[in-house]
Write a protein that binds this ligand. Structure first.
Ligand code: G6P
Ligand code: MG
Length: 220
């Protein structure tokens, strides 16, 4: 039966993707090119420095390491400035109800995010106590699609990866969950997330019983 659920943060619990996009786009514009929403899709779930490298490649800009670190820092400061507007009611629709249902059924809850800012965002949402395991960008050496972030989460929760569901809005994250041997639920569009075991538009009206049945878990 299902033992745990691991959640990505950005784009699953809260829509911070819009703030990442604003801050990355401003960086691109400083170098004279634009970053489209479609290109931004490639950056979801991808760590900060790796994202920067992808953006610079898109703009055909070559920067020494030192300057890349400076630019990543500026981007992060801008991102954090934008994140100051996050309030508890910004948790995406249905998230709180679904987490409550997990708690009521003794399903463990963990976070698996590439973001080094994850603890801070959870604080702003007043959701820190919900997560029994918190794996973020400060704790992993390999980014998604490597399964490390989710395997660490399962290990810390003391659960079997095969009895775990991963919720992800990014293709790289779905691939990481699959590589970890977990069931994956894509949150977003089917065309982007077709590698997931199941794709949902969001958590609204999601029932644990129908979810576990659809994913082939034994009744709780
Ligand atoms: C998440 C987001 C990415 C972001 C990454 C690192 O995975 O989807 O867009 O680049 O975290 O975030 P950070 O807050 O550490 O820069
Ligand atoms: Mg995400």
């Amino acid at each position: 039966a299902l033992q745990a659920c691991l959640f990505d943060l950005d784009g699953v619990i809260v829509d911070t993707a819009q703030y990442h996009y604003i801050a990355w786009r401003e960086l691109a514009q400083r170098y004279g090119f634009d970053l489209t929403l479609e290109q931004n899709e490639l950056l979801k779930g991808i760590g900060r420095m790796e994202s920067l490298d992808i953006i610079l490649k898109l703009g055909e800009v070559d920067l020494p390491m030192e300057e890349r670190v400076v630019q990543a820092t500026i981007k992060n400061e801008r991102y954090l400035e934008l994140c100051q507007q996050i309030v508890p009611s910004d948790a995406l629709p249905g998230v709180h109800d679904f987490l409550k249902e997990l708690q009521d059924n003794d399903i463990k809850i963990g976070l698996g995010s590439a973001s080094k800012n994850a603890p801070l965002i959870l604080e702003r949402l007043q959701m820190t106590p919900v997560f029994e395991a918190l794996i973020d960008g400060n704790r992993v050496t390999k980014g998604k699609p490597d399964p490390q972030v989710f395997l660490l989460g399962a290990q810390e929760l003391g659960v079997d990866p095969a009895a775990t569901i991963v919720f992800e809005d990014a293709l790289a994250g779905v691939q990481a969950g699959n590589a970890a041997g977990m069931k994956t639920v894509g949150i977003g569009q089917v065309d982007v997330l077709s590698e997931a075991d199941m794709v949902l538009p969001g958590f609204e009206a999601l029932q644990l019983a129908s979810l576990t049945e659809a994913l082939g878990f034994e009744r709780i």
